[in-house]
Write a protein that binds this ligand. Sequence first.
Ligand SMILES: N[C@@H](CCC(=O)N[C@@H](CS)C(=O)NCC(=O)O)C(=O)O
Length: 206
Amino acid sequence: MLKIWGRTSSVNVQKVLWCADEIGLDYERIEAGGAFGVTREPSYLAMNPNAVIPTIDDDGFVLWESNSIVRYLAAKHAAGTLYPSEPRARAEAERWMDWQLSTPNAGMVTIFWGLIRTKPEERNSAAIEAARQSMCEIWSRLDRYLADQPYVGGDRFTMGDIPIGALVYRWFNLAIERNDLPHLKAWYDRLTKRPGYQKHVMVVLS
Ligand SMILES: N[C@@H](CCC(=O)N[C@@H](CS)C(=O)NCC(=O)O)C(=O)O
């Protein structure tokens, strides 16, 4: 059976759990990361030398990097649906997966860690505010794109929605001022109807 290492409060683990739910996969989840430790144990480092979560073991095939795991599971189990078969459609979906890591991730980490995982007296409010302002502009790029289509890959939900969809939950649920982005909000609202999103992403931020 598929094994997934990682605590459920990690956005990168949430991507994998949500993807597994979309596919209907059975899996065993093993606590790791944060207060659970594990990631610096030799047996874990042998699987993932980065000492981060998530990591999967699929009948002996070990893989890390959350977006690569989402791609792999979708390709293996959901070709033609979550994993578009047509190269251009697949590239559209993959582009937003790469964009999630390259563009909004850093600013969201600053805001999330600053507000949720840092004591109020130790917060760098200037850095959080600078990241918030930057994120207003970054999210507006996706908002404009979603004006013409319901999902990042086009007319239907694909793996492309998973990484950025997991991250956008934090944007809409942190106690911050947000700019008005109606298409981003409508897409987020569509995601909130999905059982896998509700179960794994729509959790108390911690
Ligand atoms: N690019 C990696 C990043 C993995 C990562 O940084 N994971 C964080 C949790 S979101 C982590 O392992 N932090 C240390 C810990 O939880 O112990 C991925 O997407 O899988």
